[in-house]
Design a protein around this ligand. Structure first.
Ligand SMILES: *[C@@H]1O[C@H](CO)[C@@H](O)[C@H](O)[C@H]1NC(C)=O
Ligand SMILES: *[C@@H]1O[C@H](CO)[C@@H](O)[C@H](O)[C@H]1NC(C)=O
Ligand SMILES: *[C@@H]1O[C@H](CO)[C@@H](O)[C@H](O)[C@H]1NC(C)=O
Length: 368
């Protein structure tokens, strides 16, 4: 992210206003001990207090007046749903609401937290910030001028096979999903999340129609790459692996590419473990994609905040959907200019074993 932690906190503090009479007051979260808190919400106390404050200043008073619950109760219901993909019985009893009442609450709070993405999900814009992100990435994998890792993240949904739109939710792997475009940095912070499309949408299509895709391809972000899987077209700004590496240099490049690309897989795994709701977003219709989009964005915001507060990752057993990559594009379609740029990069950085070998101590940096 653009800011170092202390700076980032200071910014938030200023934003929240120091004299806010509400912050630090008693909340329904105080009823949980630390262990129960983590079990119910997969977050720790300082992190939840921060989320509560940030939500409080964003929440329109009008929406609160309509609700029978207080803001902290609404946030509690929502965070509990995110963590488990359903509301816990004890939470339902505590707030005296049914599972379906809660859906309305979750929808309101998800909208508010998703709206915080302008603060907590920041693509590096300033020159310094870009250099910093690129430097860290190069240190990890040896590839220079990379701003992030790009992927089309699929989230399972339920769809009725009797609906006309059913087929459009079925993705290339045969299950129903919605798909969002996510970019993360080499530390697994989410730098951008946009779109929420029908599962059958291809990643290249997402990229070309996304704001970030257009900005990058129009050179607004300068001569930088994002790392893309083999489902993307190689372009001057999307760096894909070689489908058939012909020699050691190319093999070394592909290994470096895999190493940085794996960060996305780790990041999505981490998000889906902390926020189990992302494993199954419930029923969807084409007309209700906004709500799904808000939940995906909100969880991305909370993921970044949880990282800032160093909340431990969840060690949940069970399978997490691997990050599927689309089918490889056939090489002849590739833009010759982009091909040349990739070849030059390989020549400059992966020609000699010594120049691409990263010291062992720096290799194990990703904490799962
Ligand atoms: C590796 O193969 C590519 C493609 O055939 C070629 O352009 C490049 O010069 C080769 N590099 C080395 C070190 O042989
Ligand atoms: C990118 O991929 C699409 C879909 O496969 C293809 O039609 C198009 O020609 C490709 N674009 C470039 C610039 O190679
Ligand atoms: C690679 O090694 C050769 C021979 O040892 C050397 O001449 C060349 O400058 C090196 N290239 C890079 C990019 O380090």
């Amino acid at each position: 992210m653009a800011f170092a932690f202390p700076v980032w906190l200071a910014v938030q503090e200023e934003l929240l206003g120091n004299g806010d009479s509400d912050s630090g007051s008693v909340s329904c979260f105080d009823e949980f001990d630390d262990e129960a808190l983590f079990r119910m919400f997969h977050l720790n106390r300082p992190c939840i207090a921060f989320i509560l404050d940030a939500t409080r200043i964003r929440m329109k008073t009008a929406a609160l007046k309509k609700s029978t619950l207080s803001l902290d109760e609404m946030v509690m219901v929502t965070l509990n749903y995110y963590a488990h993909g359903a509301s816990s019985t004890s939470i339902l009893q505590r707030v005296g609401q049914t599972q379906s009442d809660c859906l309305a609450i979750i929808s309101i709070i998800s909208g508010v937290i998703a709206g915080m993405s302008d603060q907590f999900i920041s693509f590096p814009l300033a020159h310094d910030a870009k250099c910093k992100v690129a430097f860290k990435t190069e240190k990890l994998c040896g590839i220079p001028n990379v701003l992030g890792v790009l992927a089309a993240a699929h989230f399972r949904i339920r769809a009725s096979p009797y609906e006309d739109t059913f087929r459009s939710f079925v993705n290339s792997w045969g299950y129903t999903s919605v798909v969002s475009q996510i970019i993360c940095d080499s530390d697994g912070n989410v730098l951008s999340v946009e779109k929420c499309c029908l599962g059958r949408t291809f990643e290249q299509e997402l990229w070309e129609s996304s704001f970030k895709g257009r900005e990058m391809e129009e050179e607004i972000h300068g001569p930088y790459w994002v790392i893309g899987g083999k489902g993307y077209n190689l372009s001057k700004h999307v760096l894909t692996p070689l489908s058939e590496p012909a020699n050691d240099s190319e093999t070394r490049f592909n290994e470096a590419h895999t190493k940085i690309h794996d960060v996305m897989q780790t990041t999505l795994c981490c998000m889906k473990k902390r926020f189990r709701c992302l494993m199954q977003l419930g029923f969807a219709q084409e007309s209700s994609l906004n709500k799904k989009s808000n939940i995906i964005k909100a969880c991305s915001v909370l993921h970044n905040i949880a990282k800032k507060f160093s909340v431990p990752p969840l060690s949940v057993a069970g399978k997490i959907e691997p990050l599927h990559q689309g089918k490889a594009r056939s090489e002849p379609e590739i833009n010759p200019e982009a091909l040349k740029a990739r070849q030059e990069l390989i020549k400059a950085k992966f020609l000699n074993v010594s120049s691409s070998r990263i010291p062992q101590s720096e290799r194990i940096t990703e904490n799962v």
